[in-house]
Design a binder for this molecule. Sequence first.
Ligand code: XBP
Ligand code: MG
Length: 243
Amino acid sequence: MTIRAIVFDVDGTLAETEDLHRRSFNEAFAEHGLDWNWDRPLYTQLLGIAGGRERIIAYARMMGRQVDADGLHQRKTELYNRTIQEGAIALRPGVAALIDRARRKHLSLAIGTTTSRPNVVSLLKSTLGGEALRVFASIRTGEDVGAKKPDPEVYRLVLSDLGLSGPECVCVEDSRNGLLAARGASMRTVITPSQFTCHEDFSGADLILRNLAMPWSSPEFQPFTSLMDQPVDLCRLLAHGGQ
Ligand code: XBP
Ligand code: MG
């Protein structure tokens, strides 16, 4: 089936944002007088809980504490956005090039993420510029859904916005939860593992790439070549330097 759209996850996929999320959580905890520190190993485990607010609630329960989860999450979002707006985070290799090539080939572009909309807007503006929001035909976030990834709800909303079926889209993800969500919406899925997800199980992915700038010829994704059997332009779109 012809590919008509590329659907991107945000955190870990468009950019390595997760460590900034982690540090922003810690700053918010400190401001609220909590002695919590989410170090990298702990945060790697906590990422199994989709959504920052849900992560705070689950951790508070583990620690036997009552906290203002909404207030903490709101402050964390402010702190995170401030740093993103300063331009502290760049897109991952190959992301901007893929977006450019997809646009030239008149593919639709969309976003389906667990994170909050202000975070997506800030990241797109700071990395792709003020016009970036118009590049994406659909942007669906954690605020739009009742169930976050691995539930496919966010991606089903994106497909509905695009007026496309899952098999007409390729999703780019970085996590097991994201892969399950994308597959649940019947999209073919390319995984670019990120700093916090590289240990995860990506069985079921159509393709695994170290990043979107990686040449096709690399042996790293030889076992995951089912997308290459598809007569789709994406093969060339993803190819390093392919036109
Ligand atoms: C990543 C997440 C997010 C962020 C935090 O999901 O799990 O929850 O860690 O964002 P995805 P919020 O890769 O699907 O974007 O604090 O805004 O929830
Ligand atoms: Mg992600």
